[in-house]
Write a protein that binds this ligand. Structure first.
Ligand code: NAX
Length: 329
């Protein structure tokens, strides 16, 4: 038994990777007493830059970091891993249709799903960040023969954190006071950030905010369009916040997450809340600390919520149709 947790990060020389790797190396996922090894994957032309990242990681002298390996071979990168963070993907080019983006990325996630099945550790957990992350996750899951489907998750944690920040700012409270925000559906601008079960300092969010029109209008739109606002302001897409969210998502899987502040995780739908079965959709989840999650049941969804959720679920169904040929089983 190894006392080192092995974490693969794909797209490791990219922007998110640059923020994410030091977080993992300093205990961001497995805590301050757990040693970690980083197994980094990049495409071949970027291996030189990845070596530079490795040199920097060594120069940080992180007490918990035991080893850094670099590769352009998914099987080598995923070997014996406890967690695989699939961050790398192909960006949308000018004039590219969503369907083409889904297809191009799909090919990457077929190979990575197969490599996870072949090489990863027996308890591996997979977190897909690279966009379109829900459907990329679906493709990887379908191509990882023999790996239980509940090992695959995709990330709406950044959206959840963005929603918490908006509610905190509006109510004049700290974001840590905001609990039980749910993101439903797709990590795209159809997502539905749902405040109906959220509390701020223990008070229902709607009461703390006291502005229903804002909640049903600007709040949702701001969270849905936050990525674009960051690109407009920074000239680059979110990286630091995305890295923090990826770490938080993984940490939620490996520590206990209770119903008093659930985590929004994109997981395979079992039909809960009327979500179409089999898509990778965002749900409120609790976790047992060993990488296992459960969808929180019994939340009331009013007509407004049902209508908003339906839009984003249908987008995921249409994405699944576009990649049907890439789903192996
Ligand atoms: P970058 O373009 O800076 O980095 C991506 C890296 O992935 C590049 O270094 C590239 O060489 C590598 N890559 C491409 N194909 C690969 C493959 N087959 N195997 C291994 N590596 C590969 O993008 P960055 O800003 O780091 O964003 C990475 C991904 O995260 C993008 O798809 C982005 O859209 C997505 N995001 C997802 C978010 C989420 O909440 N789920 C939020 C942030 C971010 O937008």
């Amino acid at each position: 038994m190894s006392n080192v947790k092995r974490v693969a990060v794909t797209g490791a020389a990219g922007q998110i990777g640059y923020s994410l790797l030091p977080m993992i190396a300093s205990g961001g996922i497995f805590g301050p007493n757990q040693k970690v090894a980083l197994q980094l994957l990049e495409v071949t032309p970027v291996l030189g830059a990845l070596e530079g990242v490795k040199m920097e990681l060594e120069d940080c002298a992180f007490p918990l970091l035991t080893e850094v390996t670099c590769s352009d071979d998914p099987k080598a990168a995923f070997k014996d891993t406890d967690a695989c963070l699939l961050v790398g993907s192909k960006p949308r080019g000018p004039g590219m249709e969503r369907k083409d983006l889904l297809q191009d990325n799909g090919k990457i996630f077929i190979g990575q799903g197969q490599a996870i099945a072949e090489a990863a550790g027996p308890d591996v957990r997979v977190i897909v960040v690279g966009n379109p992350c829900n459907t990329n996750c679906l493709i990887a899951m379908h191509n990882a023969s023999g790996v239980p489907q509940d090992r695959f998750t995709a990330m709406t944690r950044l959206d959840q954190s963005r929603a918490k920040a908006q509610l905190a700012n509006k109510s004049g409270k700290h974001w840590s006071a905001v609990k039980n925000v749910t993101i439903w559906g797709n990590h795209s601008n159809t997502q539905y950030p749902d405040w109906h079960h959220a509390t701020i300092d223990g008070v229902p969010a709607a009461q703390a905010v006291n502005d229903d029109a804002w909640l049903a209008g600007d709040f949702i739109a701001t969270v849905q369009e936050r990525g674009k606002a960051i690109i407009n302001a920074r000239g680059k897409s979110s990286a630091m916040s995305a890295a923090q969210a990826a770490c938080d998502h993984a940490k939620s899987l490996f520590t206990v997450t209770k119903k008093d502040d659930w985590a929004s995780l994109c997981v395979i739908s079992d039909g809960s809340y009327g979500t179409p079965e089999g898509i990778i959709s965002s749900f409120p989840c609790t976790t047992d600390g060993s990488g296992n999650w459960q969808i929180v049941q019994g939340l009331e969804m009013n007509d407004f919520s049902k209508q908003k959720a339906e839009i984003t679920w249908q987008e995921l169904v249409s994405e699944r149709e576009m990649v049907q040929g890439l789903l192996a089983n």
